[in-house]
Design a binder for this molecule. Structure first.
Ligand SMILES: Nc1ncnc2c1ncn2[C@@H]1O[C@H](COP(=O)(O)OP(=O)(O)O)[C@@H](O)[C@H]1O
Ligand SMILES: O=P(O)(O)OC[C@H](O)CO
Length: 500
């Protein structure tokens, strides 16, 4: 019986399970959306129990679809929405609060306080991050401060914190293992990416007891076997990485200077910088790309844009001018240009390189001639402008001219968006045949650890081109549009400050 690798891809809006074969081809997929909770403006929560049950559900479904049993799985790789914080009680295994999602802005005032106290340089030097409510640390503090009895229980050693990978491993092993991988640790604001350990000074600053934190392991090694009813066959869990790092690995951006951009809920561009942790002077993040077993840690520069694909969801659910996300392509393509309309999709603030939690969505340039098609096209441009701003910062930090940008994620299927992106970036866009690169990366990490794949070269040879988009717009025209975009951005900045 041939064996397969199972990737568990726990994303922001859905849980997915994908079975890959030795050629890196998909054998079966199962996916389930789960509920998004928005208790207050700017707050976003998930139910950790639903994250777990949906993830187990899709894993079982994928196996059933392929007619396989757990013992046909050579290894499990896990990849996950990053930064989202789960706190649970070790005694019961139950969460003490909903997961506070990476998009959640509730800790923005505390972050402002930390910045005013002058901690930014220390935080950047140790973690590679900026002080922002995006990262897990201030979310954990919020739970300890707001859930009755949580701080006392944490100080007594009863509470555990984990990003979503930790929560899944804890459940897959019936509470036997409390761990995370180094990529997920690097997104918490509590982990020193140079010493490779949780940092006591940062833990003091955030008021998080060290006893809550998971053990940090590499991204590719056998951590444990599964136990419990679903994976009763003791399948090795052998690879873990945050979803953007996994996509970078799945896209085979494994040499310094190679970059990918994922278009999911948000967009995340990662540029491989090898074993050198390049400190950004242009408001990007320095992050761990992966650590393969005992090999040295490799790093990336990252630009995180919070709202891209979800801006298309807003056209569908909020404005209701399309019925499904793919419909945006025909609507936006029905007009030549936006007729002067610019849309800044800062619905949950702005991430890199602006870092403004108080920015809000803005549409400017509307006239009596503006139609739904112009708004749709301005949305696609708004996505592409944000990504272009990140690339500009990246070029300055790394001092490189990008040869090409590899793309993936749900919205990368949109040819019009990809063409607009190539035009505004003035660089070629390259889309691979398998765009499930996040899951593929997790599968590769796990499969390499158990010898399912023999070498990095073997898997790199599996990458195949689907389509290449060359810039068709002149550099002058692209710059003229950027100038308008920058004016629109200025109008979006700081909008919600007075409500904080
Ligand atoms: N053809 C399309 N054009 C534009 N956006 C799309 C298209 N198809 C999907 N999307 C957007 O892509 C996102 C889903 O991508 P996915 O990679 O599954 O995201 P995530 O992993 O963040 O949940 C949604 O926000 C959806 O609106
Ligand atoms: O789940 P995604 O694909 O929206 O990715 C979320 C990122 O990991 C957040 O940093």
């Amino acid at each position: 019986m041939p064996q397969y690798v199972l990737a568990l891809d726990q994303g922001t809006t859905s849980s997915r399970a994908i079975l890959f074969d030795q050629a890196g081809s998909i054998q079966a997929v199962a996916q389930k959306e789960f509920e998004q909770h928005f208790p207050k403006p700017g707050w976003v929560e998930h139910d950790p129990e639903e994250i777990w049950s949906s993830q187990v559900g899709v894993a079982t479904e994928a196996l059933t679809r392929a007619g396989l049993r757990p013992r046909d799985v050579a290894a499990i790789g896990i990849t996950n929405q990053r930064e989202t914080a789960v706190v649970w009680d070790r005694r019961t295994g139950k969460p003490v609060f909903n997961a506070i999602v990476w998009q959640d802005r509730r800790t923005a005032p505390f972050c402002t306080q930390l910045k005013e106290q002058g901690h930014e340089a220390t935080v950047r030097a140790k973690t590679g991050l900026v002080i922002d409510s995006y990262f897990s640390g201030t979310k954990v503090r919020w739970i300890l401060d707001h859930v009755d009895g949580a701080r006392e229980a944490a100080e007594a050693g009863h509470l555990a914190f984990g990003t979503v990978d930790s929560w899944l491993v804890w459940n897959l092993t019936d509470g036997a293992l409390h761990m995370t991988d180094v990529t997920n640790a690097s997104r918490t604001l509590m982990y020193n990416i140079h010493t490779g350990d949780w940092d006591d000074e940062l833990l003091d600053l955030l008021g998080v007891p060290r006893s809550m934190l998971p053990e940090v392991r590499s991204s590719s090694e056998v951590y444990a076997n599964t136990s419990g009813e679903i994976f009763s066959s003791q399948t090795p869990i052998a690879g873990i990485a945050g979803d953007q790092q996994a996509a970078t690995f799945g896209q085979r951006c494994v040499e310094p200077g190679m970059a990918k951009n994922t278009y999911g809920t948000g967009s995340f561009m990662l540029l491989n910088t090898g074993t050198e942790a390049v400190e950004s002077t242009n408001q990007l993040l320095t992050t761990v790309a992966w650590k393969l077993g005992d090999a040295p840690v490799e790093y990336a520069l990252e630009g995180s844009v919070f709202v891209t694909g979800s801006a298309v969801q807003w056209l569908r659910d909020g404005l209701q001018i399309i019925r499904s996300a793919p419909e945006v392509e025909a609507l936006a393509g029905s007009v030549e240009d936006t007729d002067g309309v610019y849309l800044v999709p800062a619905y949950t603030g702005l991430g890199a390189p602006h870092w403004d939690p108080y920015a809000r969505g803005t549409i400017v340039g509307i006239t009596r001639g503006t139609t739904a098609a112009h708004i749709a096209r301005a949305t696609l441009e708004g996505i592409a402008f944000q990504v272009a701003d990140v690339l500009t910062a990246m070029k300055k930090d790394a001092g490189i001219e990008l040869q090409e940008l590899r793309v993936d994620g749900g919205a990368a299927a949109n040819d019009l968006l990809m063409q607009i992106q190539a035009d505004l970036l003035q660089a070629p866009i390259v889309r691979p045949a398998v765009t499930e690169t996040t899951a593929l990366g997790a599968a590769y990490l796990a499969g390499l650890a158990v010898g399912y794949w023999g070498s990095a070269e073997e898997i790199s040879a599996q990458w195949q081109l689907d389509k290449r988009f060359e810039p068709q717009m002149s550099a002058d025209e692209a710059e003229a549009r950027h100038a308008h975009w920058r004016r629109a951005l200025d109008r979006a900045r700081g909008w919600a400050e007075d409500d904080a």
